[in-house]
Ligand binder design. Structure first.
Ligand code: G1P
Ligand code: ZN
Length: 552
């Protein structure tokens, strides 16, 4: 596969001018493909990453993406820049493909210096849709804020980048190539990840479920990166029948769909799982493979419940049989995990939105499982959330308990009470009124305490601020919280991952301890809180929207 002409092996310094919009959001820099295709736009950001790091000369970088449009071009550019900047080796997934959790696993396994992930996660792909880039550090997790801030600062002053003049590397053939002094290894995108999963879960037991248990799984890869991973793990290694994985071929535009595993966008799966003769278990993952949606037959598992249930059942799974050091959840995630933690006598940490805040807790062994309400679940096995890991965890629990998804969830509610939970998203609203909405809430915070609204009384109102218990760093303005005396909550925040206008997220939660009253539809159980949210924040008036775009 070596395709380099030594005459053109020349490192070039290229003059450039800064772009002022390269501020990384909740998870890296996400923009329209067209934005990334601007002259030197990607190069500026990549050079700013390298300029913000120290000590990577001769070290290993892991590189890959979710296969969306512009993935291959971006990889060729980054490889030549990594070579010019002095990396010793780059491990790149075959075809340029790596799921986000696989990058994290490969960084850790190879003790790489860091990794670059090309993805805009659950955002649509294609020439008119989104692209993204994110840097992960040596623990395998997203760069912490101090690194992303340094990268952003650099993007504002950058005047040169360096690149090796060389031919493109063949990304499709496994093997090694040389780019100047740097070695490029094209590796199997799935192998290391599959090996890690086998070390954590009881594959024999799960295999029995498929081969002798009459048990049926439907996994929907939404034409995104998990297709090859799911084929290999579920169908080849675990013996699930062909056809278990649907929409399993990764496409550059995800088949025109929105690769976000929720009840709205994963409609093919929802149809199967709510249809006649539905399988026992259904799951989907997102564009880059870090999210998961879990369904039983005619039954949806709220992500906030999923993390709590996995925590409560963790000792049934080989990789977690010694028990959990702690649980961590993002602030807007429901408090269902807090109840499990309390029962287990372990800590439940509450962090700002975004996986990067879990890294320190995992590294310090304060938390073993982590979860976000946004279909994100994971553990200390890597430093990203992990979609297929969550599916395998559920499969392992189902295999051991021999009960249905619905039975496991309803029993959980009987034991711990039920946290009714829903998130209402108002997507692509105009930036100005969305910002105004949050600003007005912020400025009214001090007037809320003690107020009665309907049958609720406000106990506290604040803008969430987090002090990292490990390094003491403080992250402010992480979401407006209104807490009621009975433990119910409403949280308001603006998305940090969208690329068009603003997305307002409203998170609603109430608690029902009495199992005879627990079977309501969450929208019904939360209806009064939904009205209160509108009243407090003037959502309809300010956004001009009668109802949310997506309800989960
Ligand atoms: C969203 C989710 C958040 C998740 C992030 C990356 O961020 O809400 O939990 O960590 O995507 O997958 P947001 O758009 O809300 O900033
Ligand atoms: Zn994702």
């Amino acid at each position: 596969m070596l395709s380099i002409d030594p005459i053109v092996m020349n490192i070039r310094a290229v003059s450039t001018t800064p772009y002022l919009d390269q501020k990384p959001g909740t998870s890296g820099l996400r923009k329209l493909v067209k934005t990334f295709q601007q002259f030197h736009y990607l190069e500026n950001f990549v050079q700013s990453i390298f300029d913000s790091l120290e000590g990577y000369q001769g070290q290993t970088l892991v590189l890959g993406g979710d296969g969306r449009y512009y993935n291959r071009e971006a990889i060729q550019i980054i490889l030549k820049m990594a070579a010019a900047n002095g990396f010793g080796r780059v491990l790149v997934g075959q075809g340029g493909i790596f799921s986000t959790p696989a990058v994290s696993a490969v960084i850790r396994k190879n003790q790489a210096f860091g990794g670059i992930i090309l993805s805009a996660s659950h955002n649509p792909g294609g020439p008119d849709a989104d692209f993204g880039i994110k840097y992960n550090i040596g623990n395998g997790g997203p760069a912490p804020e101090k690194v992303t801030e340094a990268i952003f600062a650099r993007t504002k002053t950058i005047d040169t980048y360096t690149v090796l003049d060389a031919n493109d590397v063949d990304l499709d053939t496994l093997g090694t190539a040389q780019l100047g002094e740097m070695t490029v290894e094209v590796i199997d995108s799935v192998a290391d990840y599959a090996e890690l999963m086998q070390a954590l879960f009881d594959f024999d037991r799960i295999r029995q479920l498929f081969t002798t248990g009459n048990f049926r799984l439907c996994f929907d890869a939404l034409h995104a990166v998990t297709g090859p991973y799911a084929h290999r793990i579920f169908e080849e290694i675990l013996g699930a029948p062909a056809g278990t994985v649907q929409n399993g071929v990764p496409l550059e535009d995800f088949g025109g769909g929105h690769p976000d595993p929720n009840l709205v966008y994963a409609h093919d799966l929802v149809e199967v799982m709510y249809g006649n003769d539905a399988p026992d278990f259904g799951a989907a993952s997102d564009g880059d493979g870090d999210r998961n949606m879990i369904l039983g037959r005619h039954f949806f598992v709220t992500p906030s419940d999923s993390i709590a249930i996995l925590a409560a059942n963790a000792t049934l799974v080989p990789g977690y049989k010694a028990g959990l050091a702690g649980i961590a959840r993002s602030m807007p995630t429901s408090q269902a995990s807090d109840r499990v933690a309390q029962q287990l006598g372990i800590e439940c940490y509450e962090t700002p939105t975004g996986w990067k805040f879990f890294g320190n807790l995992l590294d310090a062994n304060k938390a073993t499982l982590c979860g976000e309400e946004s279909f994100g679940t994971g553990s200390n096995h890597i430093r990203e959330k992990d979609g297929l890991w969550a599916v395998l965890f559920w499969l392992n629990v189902l295999a051991v308990r021999g009960e249905s998804v619905e039975q496991i969830v309803t029993q959980h509610w009987q034991t711990y009470g039920r946290n009714y939970y829903s998130r209402h998203d108002y997507e692509e609203v105009e930036m100005e009124p969305a910002t105004q909405l949050i600003e007005e809430l912020r400025s009214n915070l001090s007037t809320f305490k003690g107020k009665s609204v309907g049958r609720y009384t406000i106990e506290y109102a604040d803008d969430f601020s987090y002090t990292d218990p490990i390094d003491g760093s403080v992250s402010q303005k992480q979401g407006v919280r209104i807490g009621f005396t009975d433990g119910s909550r409403i949280v308001f925040r603006l998305s940090g991952t969208g690329t068009k206008g603003a997305t307002l997220r409203v998170y609603l939660e109430s608690y029902e301890p009495d199992s005879s009253k627990q079977l309501l539809d969450p929208q019904e159980a939360l209806d009064e809180l939904i009205e209160i949210a509108d009243e407090i924040a003037q959502i309809k008036i300010l956004t001009g929207r009668e109802k949310p775009t997506v309800i989960t």
